[in-house]
Ligand binder design. Sequence first.
Ligand SMILES: NC(=O)c1ccc[n+]([C@@H]2O[C@H](COP(=O)([O-])OP(=O)(O)OC[C@H]3O[C@@H](n4cnc5c(N)ncnc54)[C@H](O)[C@@H]3O)[C@@H](O)[C@H]2O)c1
Length: 268
Amino acid sequence: MRFEGEVVVVTGAGSGIGRVIAQRFAGEGAKVAVVDWLPDRADAVAAEISAAGATALSVHADVSSRQQVDAMVARVASELGPIDVLVNNAAIADGDDVLQMDEATWDRDLAVVLKSVFLCCKGVLPSMIERGSGAIVNISSVNALTALGNEAYSAAKAGMINLTQGIAVRYGAHGIRCNAIAPGTVRTPIWQARIDRDPAVFQRLVKWYPLGRVGEPDDIANATMFLASDQASWITGAVLPVDGGLLAGNYRMTRELLAEAGNEKLDS
Ligand SMILES: NC(=O)c1ccc[n+]([C@@H]2O[C@H](COP(=O)([O-])OP(=O)(O)OC[C@H]3O[C@@H](n4cnc5c(N)ncnc54)[C@H](O)[C@@H]3O)[C@@H](O)[C@H]2O)c1
């Protein structure tokens, strides 16, 4: 039980990766605030956790709203206690090609993906500083590190990485650690619209993944819990790709380049 009695806030915990992260922390003894702007989702996940015998608090909040984040942090502190771990996981990804994206879409993506991290960190840091400890894990994306489309989302995810480093450096002396995870493709409902258009999308994407599969929410939960735990007590400001090897390189392209250079063995 790595998180016995600790208070953990997971944003966007009503679905996908956030839901599994919330469940897994609860399974290791944490009291979990399940934060989502869709009330039914937050309530359902909190109910699942409570039914499994752990403590969960459903909090309905839009994490891009300063007022709602402040109210969320105050409610968690008063009902569960001071916050030990913050997982910034909520996101949307609406904006794509710059030429086709309107300003409102850009602003909304940036607000939900990046401003939310600023607001939630601003909310939890004072009490972490006061107690001299705390861990923040920001769920970024491989999109932060290379061009993969969804330009507004990707730019915001890249900004999240620098914010992670800034917080790590500024508050390390207060015993606070802040790290980021860059997931590759993970099988969650965020993909539903794309699956509706292309039911075989995951099978097609697998070819880019050296480990031969797309990710599951548990893959991201494993890394999140490691970074939040004492096992990572000397890790801060880091960005951990959890991506089945995607960012390590493009194997197909490498094979073609090596084949062009006359290495027939690799072109078998
Ligand atoms: N699934 C992937 O392939 C993948 C890949 C890389 C990174 N990620 C990142 O992982 C995280 C989780 O993604 P997911 O696939 O589980 O998505 P998801 O859509 O299944 O879940 C996201 C949840 O966040 C909530 N949410 C969205 N905006 C919110 C807001 N303003 N306030 C509060 N809640 C809000 C949604 O209601 C939803 O319940 C995101 O940060 C995403 O960018 C996902």
